[in-house]
Design a binder for this molecule. Structure first.
Ligand SMILES: [Zn+2]
Length: 475
């Protein structure tokens, strides 16, 4: 019995022990397991949290800032490349939290450093080069030199596309940067309210040289027809200026057949070829319309005192609608301004400013105002035709009535033609700048060793078009 009791007691104890163990296993042990699991979860969460605070947010921020603001960053980079350091800095510093972002902070610091290393351009040493419409097809333009005066003119005054592209590249390689002519000027008002013209401030990296570019007579005159020039400026599918060209077979094609789209593409590829997106000055007459559009009032009267080529053009184009021509010309002009081009008067009738009477100048200016200004907008730049000028170099005679008239008409920047490397003169309230012709005459004479007037810009021997005939000396 005792044994039974003992056995029962042992059994009870055993059962109790088993129970305790079971309870332990079922309740406490899983509790421990739970707690460990819980604690390991906490640890994992803590790791994640630590990663969140130490890496993730930054990753996230970097990702967010550079991705979210990629367009702004690209825009800033483009401004920086075109020497607009403040514009680039404003964009980067305008991004909230840029200072905590290693990449953006580095960019801002770099822009600042580059800005501080720039030097002011000596405005007196800004050169100015000019072209006419470029020759697309030298064989058509230069044929029959011995008997066609237009072909002789094409050879003397025109540059071919191949020559222009080589000059553009070589000047870029030598550190030349296109600036706007208005960048050269700082206008200041004195105590009496007079506007004074002073040299402006252009800051460029060491070794860079500033130049102004202009293109004259961008009208595609009737006399250019069938000589291998573009026919008109038009807009491409993206609304950007390009050219229409008529092939020898009479097919109309679209493309980079003149200076404007070639330069636009070049600067797009090399933003550092242009100071803050400046392009060139387009100097326009009005008598054959502008940009290849027959926008002038004189086309309205076929029985009027028209030149033969205008009359022939009207006969060939019976559907002529001047309002349509003007509308299209204005659209192209607006797109040109959007691209950074500016317009100047080249006088309506391509007149000789030195030779004409005051009354002729007044009538001519009125025609420009009526026929050209409504399409391209007002301008304070006049580019004189035939290389003439109002007076000798230096200050204009303030009592000269033509000078007084042009000043009264709002012209403050006067350009002539001059082969001097730098020709910049500031009058009290105006700027004069001489321009260098980079045409067939100049390229040929330099390439042939007859003169040395462009070697600071390019090597004429490398540039000259192999299809260009010899250019005789001017008579
Ligand atoms: Zn001209």
């Amino acid at each position: 019995m005792k044994i039974d009791k003992k056995n029962r007691k042992r059994k009870k104890l055993t059962a109790l022990a088993v129970g305790v163990i079971l309870v332990y296993i079922l309740l406490i042990c899983p509790g421990i397991r739970f707690r460990r699991q819980k604690s390991s979860v906490i640890e994992v969460s803590k790791d994640a949290a630590e990663r969140n605070t130490e890496e993730k947010p930054e990753d996230k921020k970097e990702e967010t800032l550079t991705h979210k603001f990629q367009d702004v960053i690209n825009q800033a980079e483009r401004l920086f490349l075109s020497y607009d350091y403040d514009g680039a800095l404003d964009l980067i510093q305008g991004i909230e939290g840029f200072e905590d972002d290693r990449e953006l902070k580095g960019k801002a610091d770099f822009y600042q450093k580059e800005k501080e290393s720039c030097e002011p351009v000596n405005i007196q040493e800004v050169t100015h080069v000019f072209y006419h419409s470029l020759v697309v097809d030298p064989e058509r333009a230069f044929a029959n030199q011995e008997r066609d005066p237009q072909a002789v003119g094409n050879n003397q005054w025109m540059t071919t596309i191949s020559e222009f592209k080589k000059i553009l590249q070589e000047m870029y390689d030598r550190g030349y940067v296109i600036v706007g002519i208005h960048d050269m000027v700082r206008e200041r008002e004195d105590e009496e309210g007079n506007i004074l013209f002073e040299p402006g401030e252009i800051m460029l990296p060491k070794g860079k040289k500033a130049y102004v570019l202009s293109q004259d007579d961008l009208s595609y005159y009737h006399c250019y027809d069938n000589y291998g020039y573009a026919a008109k400026m038009i807009l491409d599918e993206e609304g950007r200026p390009t050219c229409e060209y008529i092939t020898p077979e009479g097919e109309r094609v679209t493309g980079d057949y003149d200076l404007v789209p070639i330069l636009d593409k070049f600067i797009e590829k090399h933003p550092d070829a242009s100071y803050r997106g400046a392009k060139g000055i387009i100097a326009l007459t009005g008598y054959n319309g502008i940009l290849g559009y027959r926008t002038d009032n004189s086309y309205l009267n076929i029985n009027g005192n028209l030149n033969d080529d205008k009359r022939q053009w009207l006969i060939d184009n019976p559907d002529f609608d001047i309002e349509k021509e003007r509308e299209q010309a204005k659209k192209v002009a607006d797109a040109l301004k959007e691209e950074g081009w500016e317009f100047a008067s080249h006088t309506w009738g391509h007149i000789k400013i030195g030779d004409v009477t005051l009354s002729r100048l007044i009538r001519d200016t009125q025609k420009w105002r009526e026929n050209v200004e409504p399409l391209v907008g007002g301008t304070d730049v006049i580019v004189f035709a035939h290389g003439q000028d109002l007076g000798d170099w230096g200050n204009y005679n303030e009592y000269d009535e033509k000078y007084q008239f042009l000043k009264g008409e709002g012209y403050h920047i006067f350009c002539n033609v001059d082969q001097g490397q730098y020709r910049v003169h500031f009058g009290r309230d105006y700027l004069r700048q001489g321009r260098r012709d980079l045409d067939g005459y100049r390229i040929y004479r330099n390439a042939a060793g007859k003169e040395d007037s462009v070697s600071d810009l390019f090597d004429a021997k490398e540039v000259i078009d192999s299809l260009r005939p010899p250019v005789p000396p001017l008579r």
